[in-house]
Design a protein. Structure first.
Length: 175
């Protein structure tokens, strides 16, 4: 690439995140009834809500189907949430059509092979530090944070700082 990742960050207006392995550490607790429970990082939540409040488009494409995840993300103001997405490129293409997205304006953060087709299409493919090798190889930015340990906050905050939209006094209240 001719541009540094910081220069590419100037063009971002849309964030797309995977859930498991990005917004969570990829570990699920399986209850006897079969329910899968995940943990999400509160700092990632703050940054997601701050991005929404600042006018960025924030979208989620996940293979997981847990409705608790949807409830949490909706509570942060995210409206484009695709759960049970096993072929993520289909949901990405839907978002491109719906919002007339340009690849150079889209950041996607994923951690594993199902994210690869989308990451090959967006202008700013990113991943957490513990992503699989194939995704690290094509990422323009690899967070120094692992999935579920603040990697979403890291990339959102960096982009908002580059674009001079990050402030320490956001009123991004959430539970």
């Amino acid at each position: 690439m001719d541009k540094s990742y910081k220069e590419l960050f100037n063009d971002v207006n849309t964030f797309i995140f995977d859930v498991d392995g990005v917004l969570t550490n990829g570990i699920v607790t399986v209850f006897p009834n079969g329910e899968l429970v995940r943990q999400m990082n509160i700092k990632d939540g703050y940054a997601l809500k701050a991005a929404v409040k600042a006018g960025y488009r924030v979208c989620i494409i996940s293979g997981g189907k847990n409705e608790g995840v949807r409830t949490r993300l909706e509570g942060l103001g995210i409206t484009d949430i695709y759960l049970g997405a096993h072929t993520k490129i289909d949901q990405y293409n839907e978002l491109v059509q719906k919002y007339n997205l340009q690849p150079e304006n889209v950041l996607y953060m994923g951690d594993d092979i199902p994210d690869l087709p989308v990451m090959e299409k967006v202008g700013i493919p990113c991943c957490p530090s513990d992503a699989v090798r194939e995704l690290q190889a094509i990422s323009v930015y690899i967070s120094d944070k692992k999935g579920g340990e603040g990697c979403a906050r890291d990339v959102i905050e960096q982009i908002m700082r580059v674009q001079e939209k990050w402030h320490d006094n956001f009123d991004a209240k959430y539970d």
